[in-house]
Every structure is written in C-alpha cells, then in structure tokens.
Design a protein around this ligand. Sequence first.
Ligand code: FEO
Length: 411
Amino acid sequence: MHNERQVTDNLYWVGANEHRIALFENIHPLTRGVSYNAYVLLDKKTVLFDTVDWAVCRQFLENLEYVLDGRKLDYIVINHLEPDHAASLEEVLIRYPEAIVISNEKAFMMMHQFGFHVDDRNIEVKEGDTTNFGDHTVTYVFAPMVHWPEAMVTFDVTNGVLFSADAFGTFNSLDGVLFADEVDFDRDWLDEARRYLTNIVGKYGPQVQALLKKAGPILPDIKFVCPLHGPVWRENLGYIIEKYDKWSRYEAEVNGVLIIYASMYGNTESAAVTLATKLREKGVKNVEVKDVSSTHVSWLVSDTFKYSHVAILGVTYNLGIFPPMHNYLYDLKALNVQKRTFAVISNGTWAPKADDLTRKFIDEELKEMTVLGDELVINSAMTLEQGEEMDGIVDSLKDSLAEWEKDHPQS
Ligand code: FEO
C-alpha cells in the first residue's frame, strides 16, 4: 500500500520507515527505527530527490508510482550516495528508463564503484549550477563531508525548499509524522537528533560549519528543510540550526555533569552515585549517571556533546583502562569532541593505573579539554575519608560549572 505525504504544492515525501534493523550503519542501535526520506517534485518535468535504503525499496517504489500517477520520471537528483539513500537507485533506473541522474563528479565516481549503470543518462553539476524543471529552478550547494565527500544539498529557489541530505536529519521512524512541528521535538526527538548528528557527522564539525556559512545568505529564503532522515522543518528553523551550530562547534548545550562509570562489582558504581548525590546536594541541577558497560557508546558520545562537564569513574583492567571506557574515550577522539571539563576518579584493588592513563589520554589524545587537578584513587571500595576527598572534587566541579555559566550566559 502506498504511503506518502505532501510537503507543499507539487512536492511529496515518498520515503519509507525502517523498523526491523537493530543497528544503523551496523553500529548504532535504533530504538525507534529510522526513516529514509525521498521526495518527488511534480513540475513540467518530474524530479525524484534521492532514493532510499534497499531494505525499504518496495514501499518507496509503491509511493513513487502512486505520486507519479502514470507520468514518467524525468530526473533523479542524488544529493548523497551513501547506500542508505542511494541503494535503490539502480532499481529506479530500471523501472524508469527515461530518467536522467543529476549529481556531481564524486557521486558519479561512487555510483561506478557501487556498480550502478548511469552512463549516458547522467548530468554532472558543479557548485552553483542551476536546473529548471518548468516552474521550479534548483541550485546545487556542495557540502563535502556532511557526511561523505560527494554530499551536496539542493535548494529550490522557486518555493524555498532545501533538500539538505544528511544535514538536519535524525534517528526515529516517522510513522505518519512529516513535519517537526507535528511532534514535541525538544522532548521526544532532540536526543535522537543529537545522537544521529554527533555520531554520524560529529567528526566533521568544521565542514558542517562551512555548510551553515554557505547557507547563511539564503537562510531568509528557506521555507522548508527536507532532510534524508526524520521530519521536515517548516517552522522554527532557528531552533534546529542553533543546535547544529553548537554541535558542530563542539559547544555544550547544558551546564551540567555527565557521570560515566565503569564498575565490575558495584563499588565504583556506588562512588558514582555518591558523586551524583553530592552534586545534587550542592544544588547542581543537571546531573546524569551512565554505566559505560550497559550504555551504548553512541549515547555516551551524544551526552558528552550535550553536557559541559564529564566525571569519569574508571577501573583498572589488565593494567590498563577498562575496555568499554577506553572505547568511549577513543570514540571521543575519533569524533573530534572538544572543549569539555573532566573530573577523573578511579578504582583499583591492586596496581591501580586507570587514573594516570585516563588523564594522559584526555590530555594527549583529545583537543581543548580541561582535567580538574583533584585526584581520588579508590582501593576497592570508597572509605569515609575518601568521601571527604570527593567533596573537594564536587567543589571544583561546582566552581567550574559557575565559570562555564559566566562564559555562556545564553546557554
Ligand atoms: Fe544517511 Fe550519510 O547517510
């Protein structure tokens, strides 16, 4: 059964939702699915903007056929060649033999690599080129590394629709939703939007900044933002643009403390909860506690982007950093996370090494991080005296939070 929605005059969402895969990119857990968005413009020419993942190709094809309503497909604009969007391209080319693919040089190179047969039916565009489809004229803005090198966005100058590729996308299936203003985005979707952006494109903050800068002059003309995942934006664009600006500058959203602990037998967990309690008692409102072993690292990364301060409570394992904690720290490095303040507490029954190694990793491997000088190394279980030492760390965190507040009055 076809299942499409109208975005605006002559423009339809023809994407599909995925509920069955457990891992996006075979890495990141999906708890509420994901949508793969594609759009059709019915002008004098018909134009498909991107396709979908192979897993949902059948639904997409039904939607496309219904919206075309017997018309032939003239053009397919490919903004992003990653297979979660382009895997169904070959099938569309087979079913619509007159369709011409519009994309850029790098994307066509990748199409060849993936084995798509687009020779003699392709138009290569360059940055700033325009195409007229009848009443509508579009222009192409290259967005390299948002999220692959061939990525571009397409702006319809006639109706103000920005086909934004991965930018402004989010995890979660749409399930009937089309517009962000149909849901409580801040309450129900923001965490997954952050997790999507920070884990998928987090490394490429400067490139996201470059795209935001390029889009600056046309911002007042943008009426709809149509991403390749998640809802379409037609209201309050400043809200999501501000989030993207912060995430891509590696600026925290929330003045608070994310406590991430590793605990094999519960003693470091107890210390982590004690730290949370002490912070709450001192009036710190935003405190979140996460177990590094049971929380997928994609959420830990996302929460690290969210909070200004991180307290790591680690344990020594094989004379090194506990592997899941090491994996988390490695991901912070891989994703270029910066500008956070860390407190480090560790636990080891014999030969405790985690404290020094964690501080060294943060100092030497991560960029623009601050590590508070207070040390607390627990031997097996925290003592009453160490509870007092922890008070010193709490005071340092509180002072640092106050400094952050001063430096970020608008946050
Ligand atoms: Fe949703 Fe980079 O693909």
